[in-house]
Design a protein around this ligand. Sequence first.
Ligand SMILES: CC(C)(COP(=O)(O)OP(=O)(O)OC[C@H]1O[C@@H](n2cnc3c(N)ncnc32)[C@H](O)[C@@H]1OP(=O)(O)O)[C@@H](O)C(=O)NCCC(=O)NCCS
Length: 218
Amino acid sequence: MTLADQFPPFGLRIHCGDLELVPITDDVIPGLVELALDGIHAPDAMPFYVPWSTAPREELGRNMAQFYWQGRATFSPAAWSLHLAVRHTGELVGCQDVSTRDFAVTRTAETGSWLASKHQSRGIGTRMRQTILAFAFDELGATEMTSGAFTDNPASLAVSRKVGYRPNGVERRQRRPGELAQVQRLIVGPDDFRRGEPITVTGIEAFRLFIGLDQSDR
Ligand SMILES: CC(C)(COP(=O)(O)OP(=O)(O)OC[C@H]1O[C@@H](n2cnc3c(N)ncnc32)[C@H](O)[C@@H]1OP(=O)(O)O)[C@@H](O)C(=O)NCCC(=O)NCCS
C-alpha cells in the first residue's frame, strides 16, 4: 500500500511536454522553500493576497510547510486546495495551485501560481496555467475557471490575457497592512480557453472519486 492509495492527491501527475505538475509531498517541500528564499518577486512588490513571501528567512520555510500540510489536512469534497509543484525539464521551478468549494456542484475553481524569479519570463508561467486549465476543464469537468491579479502585476495579467480570460470585475483589498490595492478578477470558460500542448494525467480516477465526482460525471 502507498500513501497515494489513502490520499489520492498524492497519486496525481500531470505532464505537458517538458513540464510536470506533481503533488507536494514532504520530500518536495525543501526544494520549494529554497526557491522561495532565492526570491519570487522584487522586494518592494507583493503579488500575493497573503504576503507570505516576505516572512523573515527563518520563518518562511516552516510557514510554507504548515501551509501545505494544512491543505492536506483540510482537503474535502466541500472545500479543497490542490497544491502542485512544477518541474521544467526535471528541475523544480515553482508552484501551481487550484482551489474550490463544492466543486461537484459549482464546477468552478480558482488558480494561483508562482515561479522562482530565475525561471520567470521564459513562457513557463503561461504553460503551467494552460496545463492546470486543461486539467480542470477536461479531467474534472469545470464550467469556468477564475483567477485574479493585483493591477500592478503585468506578468500575471499577461498570462491570463494570453490564455483567454476575460475581466470579471475589480476588487479592493488590503495588501500589506494599511495598503489598499486593486485586484483584477478574471474568468475563462472551456470555449474561450486558448490551449497549449496536450496534457497527460495519471491518478485521475481516484482523484475524481476523492473530490466527489464519479464516472457518470464524465
Ligand atoms: C506570474 C508568473 C507566474 C508568470 O510566469 P512567467 O513564466 O514569468 O510568464 P510568461 O513568461 O509565460 O509570460 C509573461 C508575460 O508577461 C509579460 N510581462 C512580463 N512583465 C511585464 C511587464 N512589466 N509589462 C508588461 N508585460 C509583462 C511578458 O511579456 C509575457 O507576455 P508575452 O509572452 O506576451 O511577451 C511569474 O511571473 C511569477 O511567478 N511572478 C511572481 C509571483 C506572481 O506574481 N504570481 C501570480 C500571483 S497572481
